[in-house]
Design a protein around this ligand. Structure first.
Ligand SMILES: Nc1nc2c(ncn2[C@@H]2O[C@H](COP(=O)(O)OP(=O)(O)OP(=O)(O)O)[C@@H](O)[C@H]2O)c(=O)[nH]1
Ligand SMILES: [Mg+2]
Length: 262
């Protein structure tokens, strides 16, 4: 397969959060159960994203502090970053800001927008969860990043996390285009569906009112509709001043069928 576009993705985050397990799950469709601390590993993965043949050059990095001197270099060369923390380890969630700050310091000198995917991994361990979805979304907003929850063990959202980041790089904008499958921001189609739902609900309430079966006040209809509209459009307006945002267009979800070459 000849790749028409190449992307350099870097997987960063504290130790033991599952960076290697996620990378191996994507590139080899294998479940890595052993913990083997990484120094630095590089993977090549061919796939189709938004109908475009892509070659992903994925760098799986060390979470361990003793290898932190290597960070500046890969942060300089990376195009997009998966910032991985563990949903069952609050300390890793708190530590992720250190990685974010370093990326912004290094990349901030080169570009005005850095494509980021904040990844809450190990979502199969629901009963041990220490970080809520709301906390994840809130941190992603602060970082101007997309947010997704994954499991390298079950495979849930693993492809979506990597492909979502590629989409962010392609659009060079998170907030304007949305990213299908992520918890934040939702894709345009998902927001459109919410708007449609709000409009249908308003029609139904109007009909009930006409038939005399309606119980609520007019203000409540307005509030419900406004609430749904706000939910559907999110707080994007406040953040949509970036150049790429206005023309960003969400395309359909990619079909699977990836192949991998190490
Ligand atoms: N239950 C569960 N365990 C996971 C998941 N992802 C990784 N693990 C386990 O967590 C441990 C650490 O995973 P790694 O992928 O090696 O962690 P890492 O972030 O690469 O760690 P460093 O290379 O030291 O930075 C391993 O025992 C994995 O099997 C997951 O989604 N669910
Ligand atoms: Mg590792």
């Amino acid at each position: 397969m000849s790749a028409s576009r190449e992307f350099r993705l870097v997987v960063v985050g504290p130790p033991v959060v599952g960076k290697s397990a996620l990378t191996i799950r994507l590139t080899q469709s294998e479940v890595a159960t052993e913990y083997d601390p990484t120094i630095e590993d590089s993977y090549r993965h061919y796939c189709e994203v938004n109908g475009i043949q892509t070659s992903l050059d994925i760098l799986d990095t060390a979470g361990q502090e003793e290898y932190s001197s290597m960070r500046d270099l890969y942060m300089k060369t990376g195009e997009g970053f998966l910032l991985v923390f563990s949903l069952v380890d609050r300390h890793s969630f708190e530590e992720i800001s250190t990685f974010y700050n370093q990326i912004m310091r290094v990349k901030g000198e080169q570009v005005s927008f850095v494509p980021l995917m904040l990844v809450g991994n190990k979502n199969d361990l629901e009963e041990e969860r220490q970080i809520s979805k709301e906390e994840g979304v809130s941190l992603a907003k602060k970082f101007d990043a997309a947010y997704i929850e994954t499991s390298a063990k079950t495979g849930e959202n693993v492809t979506e996390a990597f492909h979502g980041l590629v989409k962010v790089i392609m659009h060079n904008s998170v907030l304007g285009s949305g990213v299908a499958g992520t918890l934040y921001p939702s894709a345009k189609e998902e927001r459109d569906a919410e708007l449609h739902e709000a409009s249908e609900r308003r029609k139904k309430l109007k009909k009930q009112k006409k038939n005399g079966t309606y119980q609520e006040t007019g203000e409540e209809i307005a509030d419900q509709t406004k609430g749904a509209l706000n939910k559907a459009t999110g707080s994007k307006a406040a953040n949509s001043s970036g150049e790429g945002h206005a023309n960003a267009k969400q395309t359909e979800k990619e079909s699977g069928g990836c192949c991998t070459i190490m």
